[in-house]
Each structure stands twice: as structure tokens, then as C-alpha cells.
Design a binder for this molecule. Structure first.
Ligand code: SF4
Length: 508
């Protein structure tokens, strides 16, 4: 199990002091990055490379092999198997290190060596981008900081102890400048990882900061590690449609959505409280005297637009642009004489809408059996499109089956990029975790497809609507749990599940 700790933060926050103490308390290796740079510098000097020959430094970097070991409680720096600790503090090595540490190839090599070290042993590493770049999978990430005033006071004290007489205002200004430089530098800028815990040491002693981090570490050991998909939740098409309904609600005129605005019971119920009614069929339009009908992101057939207009009602069209594009393709291709095949789930509102834009009867194919049974006119071209949320791999399988019949086929893959990215990320996370959770409404087709994809990578995949559906014991620091969610799952539901899973609740 990965038990590494990454500590990032601005200069003067006490990172290396704290990192050493934490490592020593845990029996972990404190990775002294500065010492590793010095070992690299020694390696270049031994190759006869001059400090101003950056090309030679870049070329030689790949061959360096540096690691850190602890022998009898002492840190030893090992270069190519040799303990070089005694040779690192010379002026010559220091000068070479200050030049070579700014070289991008040296930096890349060192990151590789640090990751290798962290893969083999528990490490505590401090720097500016350890949690974001060097060890993005660290079990615990800390962003250690302190106010400029406190850091300046600490620095002034150090200088006074060295016999100097510093100007406190100037020291504070230098610290502010350094922060700005570190955050904006080209190579390894200072960044706080999204999942890093902020520890402000302004009012804490070194012992208290160390204890805070050790406490977080012990807590983390008892929690599962949770990976939440960045693509989980509303896509832009759904977000836009939901926003349009909330904007329209309460504007004085009756508001209707043609079908639930999204496949999510909580959101639909909330809109209902604001007076938004759901119409489920065109026949219901006949009874309406006035008002506005909002067309959801799935879109509708041309005939539905006409029925709404004929009923004297206004339209707010929230059809997703990706779906509208399919409508246009189907309309033009069918008018041009092509037979339309839609790969998708028959009966799904988006598919029904697409069917309704074809000027000739369209076929819908959702399974290999349906593809095998489909018989088309071999004398006419065929245009194949897809439901936007169809599984990309299954889409290709069905296209391949249809191609076996020798039709003149034009395939337009209309699976939307948001869906593709969501499915790819879900697949990738599911392949790395012990358990996968897919959050989505039971009626949501894209969530069901996400479940299928995750299940094919991770047998222990759950499909839930809210955190109340979680009935499993999730405790245990050894577990890695992935979470993704369909395009119609609101953020607050994902966060509730995420917090619940992270807490590793035992009380079932
Ligand atoms: S899933 Fe894709 S096509 Fe459907 S609403 Fe979202 S962005 Fe649009």
C-alpha cells in the first residue's frame, strides 16, 4: 500500500524540518531533494562536465542513478551504488548543483528517481509540487503554510542568531517576492494539490504541526482511498438545460418540461415545488391554454415542435447542440436518399426524437442480435448515427456487424465528446480500484452504460442513486474506491457519496 506523504508549501513554512520529524516518527525515508540534486551534480563533475555546458548536463542526466537510504538512523545518499554522502558538501558540488538544478532534463530525471524511491519504500517528501507532480498518488498530501508576518519573524530570528541585524520590513517584502516567484516559475511552480490538507503553522509549534500531520496520517490509514472521476456529474448540455428551467421557473407564466428535464428524481421534485410541471406526451398539450414548454437536452422530433406551436404555446429549446447536430444529419441524409440506422436504445427519448427527424422510416439497433436481424435495401446508401450516450466500444461492434452485409455505409460517430471522456475516465479508474461506485438515476441510460463499462473492468461495481443505497462496509485503509456519475447526477449527491465513502462508515 502507498503510505507516502507529500508536503508542499511556500519557503519558510518549515517544510523540511517538519518532513524530517514526521519521517523519523513513522520510520519512513525523508527524501532530501537538495541532497539528491547535489549527488546528480557530483555525477556530472565526475563525468568531466562543466557547469556552463547545459547540453552535456542534459545528455548525462539520464545515466545518473541516485537514491537515499538510512543506515543506523543516518541518511546516506547513494550514487550508482556508492555512498557519496561525505562528498556532497563541497563548494564545487554546490556550484554545479545550483546550475544543474534549473535544467529541465535533470529535474525530469530526479522526478523519475524520486518516484522509484517512493514506489519501493514509504517516503516523506517536501517541495513545491510534490503532491501535484512528483507523487500525485501520495496517501496524504499537506500544504504547509504560515502567514508572511510569521515567516518573516522566524527568518529575522535566524539571522539575528547568526549575528546579523536584518530589517524586518525588508525580510517580509523578500518573502512576498519569493512566494510570487515560486508560484509563477516555469519549472515546478508552487501548487496546492486539490486534495491536499491545508496546515497553517502560524500559531503552532513544530511539535504541534508534526502531531497534526501524524494524526491525519493515522486517520488516513483507516480510510479507503477515494478516486472521484473529474467528469462525474452534469455535462454542459444537461447543465444548460437545468439552468434554463430554473431561470424560467417563477417568471409568471406556466412552465412545462417535455419529459423530466433530467433523469434525476431530486431535481425534478425541486422544480415541481417551484411550479414546473412535467408533460409526458403530446396529447397532454391539447389541454394547455397558455405557457412555455421547455424542450430538454435529449431533443424531440420535428412533429413535437409542430404540436407545441399549434397548441399556441411558447418554446424554450434546451436541446443539446450535439443532439441537434444528429437531427440535421438525419434530416439531410434521409432527404438525400440514405437509409438511416440509429445505434441506440429504442424507446429512449433521445432516440425517438432522432427517429422523428428522418424523412423516411429509420431503423434503431441496440444489440448484436438486432444488428444481425436488420435487413436493408442493398441498392440504397446507409447512414449510421449513434445515440449520444452510447457505449463507444459497443457502437463499433454493431457497426462492424452491419458492415458484414456489404451495404454502402456512411458511419457518423455521434457519441458526444462529454460521454466519450466520461466513459474513458470511468474505464480507467475502474481498472485501478478495488471497488467502483456509479451514481445515477435508475432511469438514466448513460449511467447504466457507465455501470456496464465499470463492471467490465471491476467486478465489484455498485450502481446507486444516492448515498442511502450504500449498504456495504467500506472501512479499511487498504481499499481504493472509485466514484463516477452519470450526466444527470447533481454535484451535491456526488459529494454526499464521496464524503460517506471516505469516512469508511461501519454503522450499517
Ligand atoms: S451527454 Fe452529451 S449530448 Fe447529452 S446533453 Fe450531455 S453533452 Fe449533450
Amino acid at each position: 500500500m502507498n503510505r507516502n506523504i507529500a508536503i508542499d508549501g511556500p519557503a519558510g513554512a518549515g517544510k523540511s524540518t517538519i518532513a524530517r520529524r514526521v519521517a523519523s516518527s513513522l520510520g519512513a525515508v525523508y527524501v532530501d531533494t537538495g541532497a539528491m540534486y547535489r549527488a546528480m551534480a557530483l555525477y556530472f563533475l565526475r563525468q568531466g562536465i562543466k557547469a556552463d555546458d547545459s547540453d552535456a548536463i542534459s545528455r548525462a542526466a539520464e545515466g545518473a542513478d541516485v537514491t537515499i537510504e538510512y543506515r543506523d538512523g543516518e541518511q546516506r545518499v547513494i550514487l550508482g551504488g556508492e555512498d557519496v554522502t561525505p562528498y556532497l558538501r563541497t563548494e564545487e558540488v554546490g556550484n554545479m548543483a545550483s546550475v544543474s538544478s534549473t535544467n529541465g532534463d535533470v529535474r525530469a530525471k530526479l522526478v523519475e528517481l524520486q518516484r522509484r524511491l517512493a514506489a519501493n519504500t514509504a517516503v516523506v517528501m517536501d517541495g513545491r509540487d510534490i503532491g501535484t507532480v512528483v507523487l500525485p498518488d501520495a496517501m496524504l498530501k499537506i500544504y504547509l503554510t504560515a502567514s508572511v508576518a510569521v515567516r518573516a519573524a522566524r527568518r529575522v530570528k535566524e539571522l539575528v542568531e547568526k549575528g546579523e541585524n536584518p530589517d524586518p520590513a525588508r525580510v517580509a517584502a523578500e518573502i512576498e517576492e519569493r512566494d510570487h516567484r515560486d508560484m509563477n516559475r516555469e519549472i515546478s511552480p508552487l501548487r496546492r494539490a486539490e486534495d491536499a490538507v491545508l496546515v497553517d503553522s502560524s500559531d503552532l509549534s513544530v511539535g504541534e504541526v508534526t502531531e497534526t500531520i501524524l494524526k491525519l496520517y493515522r486517520e488516513r490509514l483507516n480510510h479507503p482511498r477515494v478516486i472521484v472521476a473529474k467528469t462525474a456529474g452534469f455535462c454542459f448540455g444537461v447543465r444548460k438545460a437545468v439552468d434554463k428551467v430554473y431561470e424560467a421557473a417563477g417568471n409568471g407564466t406556466p412552465i412545462y418540461t417535455f419529459g423530466p428535464i433530467i433523469h434525476n428524481h431530486e431535481v425534478v421534485a425541486d422544480l415541481e415545488k417551484r411550479g414546473v410541471k412535467v408533460i409526458n406526451s403530446v396529447d397532454e398539450l391539447e389541454d394547455l391554454k397558455e405557457g412555455t414548454v421547455i424542450i430538454r437536452s435529449h431533443g424531440v422530433s420535428r412533429a413535437v415542435y409542430e404540436r407545441i406551436e399549434n397548441a399556441g404555446l411558447s418554446i424554450i429549446d434546451a436541446t443539446c447542440p450535439f443532439v441537434k447536430r444528429i437531427h440535421r444529419i438525419v434530416e439531410q441524409e434521409s432527404a438525400g436518399g440514405s437509409q438511416i440506422v440509429i445505434i441506440g436504445n429504442a424507446g429512449h427519448p433521445e432516440v425517438e426524437g432522432i427517429v422523428g427527424w428522418s424523412v423516411t422510416p429509420a431503423s434503431v439497433v441496440g444489440t448484436p442480435e438486432e444488428a444481425g436481424r436488420l435487413r436493408l435495401d442493398p441498392g440504397k446508401p446507409v447512414c449510421i448515427v449513434s445515440q449520444t450516450t452510447f457505449n463507444t466500444i459497443k457502437f463499433q461492434e454493431l457497426v462492424d456487424i452491419l458492415k458484414c452485409y456489404g451495404y454502402n455505409i456512411n458511419v457518423v460517430n455521434t457519441i458526444c465528446s462529454a460521454t466519450r471522456e466520461r466513459q474513458e475516465e470511468a474505464r480507467s479508474i475502474a481498472s485501478q480500484v478495488d471497488m467502483m461506485i456509479v451514481i445515477g438515476d435508475r432511469t438514466s441510460s448513460n449511467s447504466a452504460k457507465l455501470y456496464d463499462i465499470c463492471r467490465s473492468e471491476c467486478v465489484d461495481t455498485l450502481f446507486i442513486q444516492t448515498r442511502n443505497d450504500l449498504t456495504r462496509n467500506l472501512a479499511g485503509g487498504e481499499k481504493v474506491i472509485g466514484i463516477t456519475a452519470g450526466a444527470s447526477t447533481p454535484k451535491n449527491i456526488i459529494e454526499e457519496v464521496q464524503n460517506y465513502v471516505y469516512a469508511g462508515r461501519r454503522e450499517f
